[in-house]
Design a protein around this ligand. Structure first.
Ligand code: ATP
Ligand code: MG
Ligand code: MG
Ligand code: MG
Length: 473
């Protein structure tokens, strides 16, 4: 019997509870106390204050499953394992256990609970640089536990380091765990850094063990923290021996609905457009349940982009009638056990989707016509075909085309868009109508993913803490 996502979540929580962790609730997708970030991008994100030393009411060992949204991964959606919305399992030590115990628990969970063979797990460790040594400690622990030495590789700051780049604050090396998509055939050197892409990252243990000071020194922290993150969709796929997150039960109901609406069995998990529709509407459903409404700034703008992109891809699949809320109904019925807020907000989810879809459907046709006219004006033999920022802005302003949609459509035709020009046109427009809105819009456009967003939070909080300290002394 193949493990389902629900069982994985349960196993993870139970395992870490057995190891003295307290289960905490997933925070909402919109950060509650952090105006610097649009979305919760990782399990550690809502815990930043505690990683910086504040006392957590549930104790020093925590475990949870956190809803995450990474707009920075939006262009990857369609590949097997990058989603905008995903669930992250995580365990934390707030100044309690450190490397030895953290890695031992990761190893035990992967091998005993999930059944991965040690020789099928490859890990990366920090390679070291002028500031901090190579993480031989982490590597040594893996080897001692049974990971073959040749399964360990060492990578630099870009891959195996967490911390505020160029800033002050807590930081440290991490160790990432990879499993193979299918029998890698690139020889013994094949691994996480191999171009074949067959090794997929499933888990990341971060060791916050230094404090980077103003003068650029890395001072060891007296009470280092551990922060880990494991992707539910990725691990579920591996437990079921399939090649993408889309082939698991987390998406099967959604795809059945899409194929049905498109009246086409090929609109399935292998179809890139169907993947985008499924992924974006699943994300949108969760966003609306957490109170986001489609709009022109901030979170609302991201939601709008997701819905509009899904609608456009659905048209290409031959879905011409109103359909978004029908997909949302599948998400609501399949996910409400784990996320009751979906059922609670089912009406709002349907209403917001219907309204946005209706509004967009009207302009999509006209906008596409306008876009095609624009494209036809270019001489076919021209090498660098660039749609000007002003024209892209016109599509946005008059036809409600998010920049990203124009970019997508342009790309399909071998065009690019002058995005800087778009922002300039937008800024000019905003100056004329309403001062100050540009800032917000930029937030909507340029949300950062992964660590970057969390880093903003960390830096923000650190500065706040510093100011407090200075004021108190
Ligand atoms: P990748 O290198 O594959 O982009 P990452 O290093 O950005 O992943 P982390 O920030 O370390 O990911 O997040 C912890 C875990 O969350 C990852 O090991 C992975 O299992 C999962 N994860 C990260 N990004 C995504 C995503 N876009 N979709 C689904 N799961 C993800
Ligand atoms: Mg990574
Ligand atoms: Mg990682
Ligand atoms: Mg990433």
């Amino acid at each position: 019997k193949k493990m389902k996502a629900a069982e994985l979540r349960r196993k993870y929580i139970e395992f870490f509870k057995r190891h003295g962790h307290a289960e905490i609730k997933s925070a909402p997708l919109v950060p509650e106390n952090d105006p610097t970030c649009l979305f919760t991008t990782a399990g550690m994100h809502p815990l930043v204050p505690y990683l910086l030393g504040e006392k957590h009411p549930a104790g020093k060992r925590l475990v949870d499953v956190q809803k995450c949204l990474r707009t920075g991964d939006i262009d990857e959606v369609g590949d097997p394992f990058h989603l905008t919305f995903f669930e992250m399992l995580g365990n934390w030590s707030l100044g309690d256990y450190f490397k030895e115990e953290a890695i031992a628990m990761s190893f035990e969970f992967l091998t005993k609970e999930l059944g991965f063979a040690p020789e099928n797990i490859k890990v990366t460790c920090f390679a070291g640089d002028e500031n901090a040594p190579r993480d031989n400690e982490a590597a040594g622990i893996w080897i001692k536990l049974g990971i073959p030495e040749q399964n360990i590789s060492y990578l630099g700051k870009d891959d195996n380091w967490w911390g505020p780049a160029g800033q002050t604050g807590p930081c440290g090396p991490d160790t990432e765990m990879f499993v193979p998509l299918d029998r890698p055939d690139c020889g013994p050197a094949c691994g996480p850094a191999c171009g074949c892409g067959k090794w997929v990252e499933i888990w990341n243990d971060v060791f916050m063990q230094y404090n980077k000071t103003i003068d650029g020194k890395y001072v060891p922290l007296e009470k280092p923290n551990v922060d880990t993150g494991m992707g539910v969709e990725r691990v579920t796929a591996f437990m079921q021996g399939v090649r993408s997150a889309y082939e698991t039960e987390l998406f099967s109901g959604i795809f059945a609905k899409i194929a049905d609406l498109a009246n086409n069995p090929e609109a399935n998990y292998n179809n890139r457009r169907a993947r985008v529709v499924a992924e974006h509407l699943r994300a949108s459903t969760f966003l609306i349940a957490d109170g986001v409404k489609p709009g022109n700034v901030d979170q609302g703008y991201v939601l709008r982009r997701l819905i509009r992109r899904a609608v456009r891809e659905a048209r290409q699949l031959g879905i011409n009638d109103m359909f978004c809320s029908k997909i949302a109904d599948v998400v609501i019925s399949e996910y409400s056990d784990a996320y009751p807020e979906l059922a609670q907000h089912a009406d709002a989810i349907r209403d917001e989707l219907n309204r946005e879809e209706e509004q967009f459907a009207k302009t999509l046709e006209n906008g596409t016509r306008e876009f095609n006219k624009l494209i036809e004006k270019f001489p076919p033999q021209l090498e660098n075909k660039v749609i000007s920022g002003r024209k892209a802005f016109n599509l946005y302003e008059t036809y409600g085309f998010p920049l990203e949609l124009t970019r997508d459509m342009a790309k399909e035709m071998g065009f690019t868009v002058d995005e800087k020009g778009f922002e300039e046109a937008y800024a000019k427009h905003q100056e004329q109508s309403r001062a100050g809105a540009m800032q917000k819009f930029k937030g909507g456009l340029a949300d950062s993913s992964d660590k970057t967003a969390a880093l903003h939070t960390a830096t923000h909080l650190l500065h706040k803490a510093l100011r407090l300290t200075l004021n108190n002394s």
